[in-house]
Design a binder for this molecule. Structure first.
Ligand code: PMP
Length: 411
């Protein structure tokens, strides 16, 4: 196990980045916003679990099941401390950000929303933070309101007080946009919501921030925080919903089944306390253990170091792309996360992405599950470049050469 990580050589910890060579060209992976690659230690821990200790959790008194349960609950503690939750009981395991947001919508929303209540989201949301609210709003007769975004891709914060009423029950905002990279000032937004609305509960979609900057849920004072394992160097199929404990306690279960009950009879079933109440059925055990390892690994490297390295790459990419007149960078937010979207004059993003793929450069093209953002900026798609702790300048250089080729080809 690598203990002394060097940020310069961190790429060596990622097997995929070393192996994926096409036409003798090394893999430029510029799609960490979609998902991150996995460091060897995460892969190894999951491999060890399946090959050496595999058994179920909380269901056996035999030794390996006890050991598995301990490892599983240790991961929960690791994650709680990573975001400074007051207790590991505030950490609910889900299958990802999408499931975490849906859990709040279908449990909290279904119980507490009344006809005429309002849900406030922003114009920069991923579909995962729009559609669940639309569905529950329709079922409950609630209304969806949207914080607008300006031409630079900053949310128009001055509008927030006007959009809040005593009927606002839920405010759900992304920390970092997966399209424009806008870092929303969530601390300021949360304070504004607290000042103007007594009833609103606040959910932060941290899918794009959790692996890039320190998040302290107590300092932020958010009610819920949702994120995915696979975007933070952990496995797929696992995510987290943080919720303040008294809120989780007030919420009914969404799924019924094994391990979420206190007692079951045909006359009356009572439910376990959170987080077990929301974790019906056999959980993704290896994935939880893998996520615990990813969090440990992130802590060892340090989010401040990661942020510094990624900011350097981002600035380099912006300076290089800005020199090409045919490249338009979408938005100019006050603060930008480790990603940027571009459009190319007269060239569709998919065409460009295919040419980049010929050069073994992985980027994302399309609407990025955020069609309202495309509509707001009046574009069909963007080409998105996104970075992780392993990103290096040569990847930008290669992308730039390929982009110049794209421009020559299609002009
Ligand atoms: N919110 C944001 C801002 C995202 O970028 C994503 C993933 N692209 C999601 C939510 C959904 O995450 P997942 O697909 O892992 O559930």
């Amino acid at each position: 196990r690598v203990m002394n990580h060097s940020l310069e050589n961190i790429r060596a910890e990622f097997p995929v980045l070393a192996q994926n060579i096409k036409n003798a060209k090394p893999f430029a992976f510029l799609d960490s916003t979609a998902t991150t690659q996995k460091p060897m230690t995460v892969i190894q821990v999951m491999h060890d679990f399946y090959t050496k200790h595999y058994s179920s959790v909380k269901r056996g008194v035999y030794q390996s099941s006890e050991k598995t349960t301990q490892a599983f609950e240790k991961a929960r503690k690791e994650i709680a401390s990573f975001i400074n939750a007051t207790s590991e009981n505030e950490i609910v395991f889900t299958s990802g950000t999408t499931a975490s947001i849906n859990l709040v919508a279908w449990s909290y929303g279904r119980k507490f929303l009344q006809p005429g209540d309002e849900i406030l989201i922003s114009a920069l949301e991923h579909h995962a933070n729009i559609v669940p609210w639309q569905l529950i709003a329709e079922e409950k007769g609630a209304l969806l309101r949207v914080i607008p975004v300006d031409d630079q891709a900053n949310l128009v914060l001055e509008k927030i007080p006007e959009l809040l009423t005593e009927k606002t029950k839920i405010v759900a905002i992304t920390h970092i946009s997966n399209v424009t990279g806008t870092v929303n000032p969530i601390k300021e937004i949360i304070q504004t919501v607290r000042n103007f609305s007594k009833n609103a509960k606040i959910l932060i979609d941290a899918a794009q921030s959790i692996a890039h900057q320190k998040i302290d849920v107590q300092e932020l004072d958010c009610d819920f925080l949702a994120f995915s394992g696979h975007k933070m160097y952990g496995p797929t199929g696992i995510g987290v919903l943080f919720g303040k404990y008294e809120l989780l306690e007030s919420m009914p279960p969404l799924f019924g089944g094994g391990e979420m009950i206190k007692s079951v009879s045909f006359e009356k079933t009572t439910f376990a306390a959170p987080p077990a109440r929301f974790e019906a059925g056999t959980p993704p055990i290896a994935e939880v253990i893998g996520l615990g390892e990813a969090v440990k690994w992130l802590k060892e490297i340090g989010l401040d170091n990661i942020h510094r390295k990624e900011s350097g790459i981002l600035e380099y990419a912006i300076s290089q792309f800005s020199e090409i007149p045919e490249i338009h960078i979408l938005g100019n937010p006050k603060e930008r996360g480790a990603l940027l979207s571009i459009t190319l004059e007269g060239i569709h993003a998919h065409d460009a992405a295919m040419i980049l793929d010929e050069e073994n450069i992985a980027v994302r093209s399309g609407h990025h599950c955020a069609e309202p953002v495309m509509k707001r900026f009046n574009i069909p798609a963007t080409l998105r470049f996104s970075f992780g702790v392993y990103s290096e300048k040569w990847e930008i250089d290669r992308a730039l050469i390929a982009l110049k080729r794209v421009i020559r080809l299609f002009k």
